[in-house]
Write a protein that binds this ligand. Structure first.
Ligand SMILES: [Mn+2]
Length: 350
């Protein structure tokens, strides 16, 4: 848990800043955390970070370009030390909020680092999504649906589910867990629309972000307009996505492990593995996207997969990744995927 004092400290930074810059992880949790903070103060610019796993030093361009008076890093587990150095040299305060299960980054001088898994009181360690903490910082009732979208995307059902139902009975209902919320409600569908919206050309992503900064309610998301191009993008990607899901459903399952591999022009491994895990919740899911000589892998399971995955990643040269107890992402050379899979399987079984 983040403490009440930590949440107030983040809020103070936000309120004090006249020109904040938000760099957020390129997924629904990252996007929603940004939207909540941005909508709370109605100023500042935000961009998804496309480099993985690390926020690369090339993002220093944004600092030069925009001259922010505060930098917020959201939902990124790793940040390039060079990047932090550049920001520090300009005396820009850095607020870094994350919930990945990683060691505390070294050299946090000049950085306020918030991670519910890395609080001093080890009894209260938890891993609620970045969106959840942004929600506690801001708590704008009219943004509760955005908070729900971000939390569901990272498999967390927050305590305001019932309240949200009273606010938007057409878009939300009482659900038994985050997975049902995500795949059986309209608010959950918005998460998919956001996720697919982020998989677009930069100019389109930026105009969608602008639209989302001013959107009034969940119904606006389902209303096609000149400003809202998200629906069009959604139906375009969803066609490919549904095809992949039906293929993936027929994947072989061995030792409780479902493995699905695909190619094409777009990585959707996180989305595919989440949905497969929803359908086969007692299985460990490995989804692998191959493009040229590289592979992106997403793993989901009820079991603790972070340890075996991290171990297996360590043994493959050029592999990176990490994540959470039940959700791990990695990228590695394509030629090593099968070796990784075997190592991971062995470690998981042992
Ligand atoms: Mn997250």
């Amino acid at each position: 848990m983040l403490t009440v004092d930590q949440i107030s400290a983040i809020r103070r930074r936000l309120e004090e800043s006249q020109n904040p810059l938000f760099l957020f992880d390129n997924d629904t949790d990252g996007l929603c955390a940004f939207l909540l903070l941005r909508r709370f103060i109605d100023r500042g610019k935000g961009f998804p970070v496309k480099s993985f796993p690390e926020l690369k030093a090339s993002y220093a361009r944004k600092i030069d370009e925009l001259n922010p008076d505060c930098l917020f890093i959201l939902d990124k587990a790793m940040v390039s030390p060079d990047f932090l150095d550049i920001v520090r040299k300009k005396n820009i305060p850095i607020v870094w909020i994350d919930h990945h299960d990683v060691p505390v980054p070294s050299n946090l001088e000049g950085v306020e680092y918030f991670n519910p898994l890395r609080t001093l009181n080890s009894k209260h360690q938890s891993s609620e999504p970045t969106t959840y903490w942004a929600w506690l910082v801001t708590k704008r009732k009219e943004d509760m649906w955005i908070a729900m979208v971000g939390c569901l995307a990272d498999a967390y059902l927050p305590e305001f589910s019932e309240e949200l139902y009273f606010q938007y009975p057409d878009f939300w209902k009482q659900v038994k867990d985050a997975s049902d919320g995500r795949y059986k409600t309209q608010v959950g569908k918005i998460g998919m629309i956001f996720s697919f919206g982020l998989k677009d050309r930069t100019t389109n992503v930026i105009s969608s972000i602008k639209f989302l900064c001013s959107v009034k309610s969940p119904s606006d998301i389902f209303q096609e307009s000149a400003k809202n191009t998200l629906l069009e993008r959604f139906s375009f990607i969803n066609r490919k996505y549904q095809e992949l899901i039906s293929k993936a459903m027929n994947s072989p399952i061995e030792n409780n492990l479902l493995y699905f591999q695909y190619g094409g022009d777009m990585s959707m491994s996180a989305d595919i593995s989440d949905e497969l895990f929803h359908k086969f919740s007692d299985k460990t899911i490995i989804v692998c996207y191959i493009t040229g000589s590289k592979a992106n892998i997403s793993i989901r399971s009820k079991r603790d997969i972070l340890k075996p995955a991290t171990e297996a990643i360590k043994e493959i040269a050029g592999a990176t990744g990490g994540g959470h107890k039940n959700a791990v992402g990695s990228s590695m050379p394509a030629e090593d995927v099968l070796r990784f899979k075997e190592k991971f399987k062995k470690l998981l079984m042992s």
